[in-house]
Design a protein around this ligand. Structure first.
Ligand SMILES: Cc1ncc(COP(=O)(O)O)c(C=O)c1O
Length: 286
C-alpha cells in the first residue's frame, strides 16, 4: 500500500489529507456519534454484517438516522477497502449527528456525518502472544450506557493512559462490587474451574463482535461457557483473556501486578486463539 490513502467523507472518497469535517460537527463538539472498527483480511471482511448491525443499533439508541441504507453502507465499506487495499486492514466507520450551531439540544433534523477510513490492521507481536498481556483494574468511571459504541471515549482514554503510565497493555473496569466488566477497548474472560466466564451483556458492557467469536470458539472446542458476574479473586480462576477486533483473543497473564495461572498464557486461551486465527486465515484464503 504505497498510494495516498483515501477516506470517505459524506458523499465521496478524497485523499486523507483533504478529508475534513465542519468545526460545528456534533462529533467534534459533543462526541455526539457512534463508530465501528472492522477487520478485513486480504479483502474479506470479518463479521461485517454484525458490525453494521451494531452501528445501526448504536445509531437508533441515540436517535441518529443511519446515514445510508444498509446495503449502500456495506457497499461503501467494501469500496473503502478496494481504494486502500492493505493486506490486513482495519476499517473505521464513524457516524455523527451532523452539523448545527452549538447547543446541547438540536431541534431540527440534521444530515448525519459519515466518515470511513482504512489503516493497516495493528496486531499483537509474537512476543506478546508468548508472554501474555499485562493489565490493571480501575473502578468504572465511565457512563452508564456502555452497550452503545459511542465516540464519547474520554473515560476510556483516561483508563488507557493510566495503563500506559503503569506500563501494562490494558485497563479493565470493575463495578462497585468489584465484578470485572470489560477493558477500555476489549472484552475480558476468565477461566474458572475450567469454565469460560464473562460478564453478561447489559448496559455495563459493549457486545464485542469478537466476544461472540470467542464464545463460539469455546463452544466448538467443548469449553463450557457461562455469562455471569465474576471477580478476579474467585477461587479456581486459572486464566484471563481479552478480546477485540485488533487482538482476536489474547492471554492476560498479569493483573494489578499479580500473576494469573503462573504468569503464562493458559491452554484454553491458546486453544481458542489458534481456532480463531484459523478462521482469520480462512478469510485471507477466501
Ligand atoms: C469498551 C469496548 N469493549 C469491547 C470492545 C471489543 O469489541 P469488538 O470485539 O467488536 O472489537 C471494544 C472495541 O473497541 C470496546 O471499545
Amino acid at each position: 500500500m504505497t498510494e495516498p490513502l483515501l477516506a470517505y467523507v459524506n458523499d465521496g472518497f478524497v485523499p486523507l489529507e483533504q478529508a475534513t469535517v465542519h468545526i460545528e460537527d456534533r462529533g467534534f463538539q459533543f462526541a455526539d456519534g457512534v463508530y465501528e472498527v472492522v477487520a478485513c483480511f486480504n479483502g474479506t471482511y470479518l463479521d461485517l454484517k454484525p458490525h453494521l448491525q451494531r452501528l445501526q443499533r448504536s445509531c437508533a439508541a441515540i436517535e441518529i438516522e443511519l446515514p445510508k441504507p444498509m446495503a449502500e453502507l456495506e457497499y461503501l465499506v467494501q469500496e473503502a477497502y478496494v481504494k486502500n487495499p492493505f493486506e490486513d486492514a482495519m476499517v473505521y466507520i464513524q457516524v455523527t449527528r451532523g452539523v448545527a450551531p452549538r447547543a446541547h439540544v438540536v431541534q431540527q433534523k440534521l444530515i448525519p456525518t459519515l466518515i470511513i477510513t482504512v489503516r493497516e490492521l495493528p496486531k499483537p507481536s509474537e512476543k506478546k502472544v508468548q508472554t501474555g498481556m499485562k493489565g490493571i483494574t480501575l473502578s468504572d468511571i465511565r457512563w452508564k450506557h456502555c452497550e452503545i459504541k459511542s465516540i464519547a471515549l474520554l473515560a476510556s482514554v483516561m483508563g488507557k493512559q493510566e495503563a500506559v503510565r503503569q506500563e501494562v497493555d490494558e485497563a479493565f473496569w470493575l463495578d462497585e462490587q468489584g465484578h470485572v466488566l470489560e477493558g477500555c477497548a476489549t472484552n475480558i474472560f476468565a477461566v474458572i474451574d475450567e469454565v469460560l466466564v464473562t460478564h453478561p451483556l447489559d448496559h455495563q458492557v459493549l457486545g464485542g463482535i469478537t466476544r461472540d467469536m470467542v464464545i463460539e470458539a469455546a463452544k466448538a472446542s467443548d469449553v463450557p461457557v457461562e455469562e455471569r458476574e465474576w471477580r478476579m479473586d474467585e477461587e479456581g480462576l486459572s486464566e484471563c483473556m481479552m478480546s477485540s477486533t485488533t487482538n482476536a483473543v489474547m492471554p492476560v497473564c498479569v493483573m494489578d501486578g499479580q500473576a494469573i495461572g503462573g504468569g503464562k498464557p493458559g491452554d484454553i486461551c491458546l486453544k481458542l486463539r489458534a481456532y480463531m486465527l484459523d478462521q482469520l486465515q480462512a478469510l485471507r484464503d477466501a
